[in-house]
Structure formats: C-alpha cells, structure tokens
Design a protein around this ligand. Structure first.
Ligand SMILES: Cc1cc2nc3c(=O)[nH]c(=O)nc-3n(C[C@H](O)[C@H](O)[C@H](O)COP(=O)(O)O)c2cc1C
Length: 198
C-alpha cells in the first residue's frame, strides 16, 4: 500500500510568512512520523469563488472547472489534512475562504444526495495573528472547523500563535514551532493508523 499523505494548506497570500512556517514545522513532524506530505498554496492557484448555483446538489460535482479540481484530487487522496492560516479581520484571508466555499460539493454529496460520508481522518489547525484587534481566533477557527466537519476530519489539535506580525516573527517563538511539529507527528502517526499521545 502506498504511504499515506498528510496534505497541508498554506492559507496566507504571503509566502513563507508566519503561518506557512508553522505549517512547514507541522509537516516536518508528520514526515518524522513516517508520512508523506503535500503542500498546497491556494493563493498561487487559480480558484474562482463558489457561485452559489447549487449545481453540486445535482450530481456532487462543481460546475466551475479550474484548479479547484487539483484541490479536490488532493483532498480525496489525503490521509490527513492540516490548515494553516493567519487571522485577517477576525476571519481567514479571502483567498483561503474562496477555496473553503468551493468544498460545497462534499456537503451536497452527504446532505443532499445522501451519499456516504467521507472516511474519518485526522487533521489539525494552525492559526497565527498579531493580536492587534480584540476578536481573537474564533472567527478564523469556525470556517475551518465547519469545513473539517464536512471533509470528515477529526481535529487532533490546534496551535494558536499570537504576537506574530512581520513575516518571520514566529521564528522567535520556538515553543509555537515545537508545538506545530509535535502536532504534525501526532497527525502523521494517526494517518499511519497509530497514535502518539499529546
Ligand atoms: C489584511 C490583514 C488583516 C489582518 N487582520 C488581523 C486581525 O483581525 N487580527 C489580528 O490579530 N491580526 C490581524 N492581521 C495580522 C496577521 O494575522 C499577522 O500579520 C500574521 O502573522 C500574518 O501571517 P502570515 O505571515 O502567515 O501571512 C492582519 C493582517 C492583514 C494583512
């Protein structure tokens, strides 16, 4: 059997910023545990927003044929999925939200077409913010948790890091990077059918 893949989404439009560094640490942990990893960057893909046409409620497929189909393929193949994102105006960056909205076919298959739910698989959330507004992480967490529910992802853990603003600030938070790496190791082990305790 082929090695399970841990899929990581780097949700920021800023490459190699804080959330992507957290993701890289997490994926390194998954590799340590023996999993293969695959990173996708929605900001570098051509993904149109959901039209809200409910076309997917007819046959479970999105009518918009763009690079989201590469995302669907990766999601379907993944044994585990990790989302990394900065907080933008108390939510996720638009470029990530556009991709999340395009997960609607998975919802339609289960809830409208009554197809079997996707198999359960482990996952994790990595959130980074500067701390510049009073609303914290929940507005970014909820859309990700909603999508995880639809994709059958059991969230093994979350790492939330505040106080990181300029790209690379997170490298001065070794504890946060360590926690991301440990979470990746747990997710990697779980994707292989094993468990590492927190
Ligand atoms: C458009 C925009 C909106 C932001 N909104 C928030 C916010 O609501 N709360 C917060 O704490 N930080 C906010 N930030 C700061 C980012 O979360 C912070 O810079 C983060 O480290 C960026 O992660 P990245 O390096 O992965 O892009 C915002 C930054 C930008 C560019």
């Amino acid at each position: 059997m082929s090695q399970p893949v841990v899929l990581g989404f780097a949700g920021s439009p800023r490459r190699r910023g804080n959330s992507e560094q957290m993701l890289d640490a997490c994926l390194a942990g998954a590799e340590d545990a023996g999993a293969r990893v695959h990173k996708l960057v929605p900001a570098e893909m051509s993904i149109h927003w959901c039209r809200g046409c409910n076309g997917c409620s007819r046959n479970g497929a999105c009518v918009v044929h763009d690079q989201m189909y590469e995302v669907y393929e990766a999601v379907d193949a993944a044994a585990a999925i990790v989302f990394a994102t900065p907080v933008y105006f108390a939510s996720v960056p638009g470029v990530l939200k556009v991709m999340l909205d395009r997960m609607q076919p998975y919802w339609a298959r289960t809830h409208v077409l009554k197809q079997p739910r996707p198999p359960r698989r482990p996952g994790g959330l990595l959130l980074v913010r500067s701390g510049g507004d009073p609303y914290g992480f929940p507005g970014a967490e909820y859309p990700l948790k909603s999508v995880c529910g639809v994709l059958g992802i059991d969230i093994e853990g979350e790492v939330k890091t505040a106080g990181a603003d300029a790209a690379g600030d997170v490298s001065r938070q070794p504890l946060a990077l360590d926690r991301a790496r440990s979470l990746g190791a747990r997710i990697g082990a779980a994707s292989l059918g094993g468990r590492l305790d927190a």
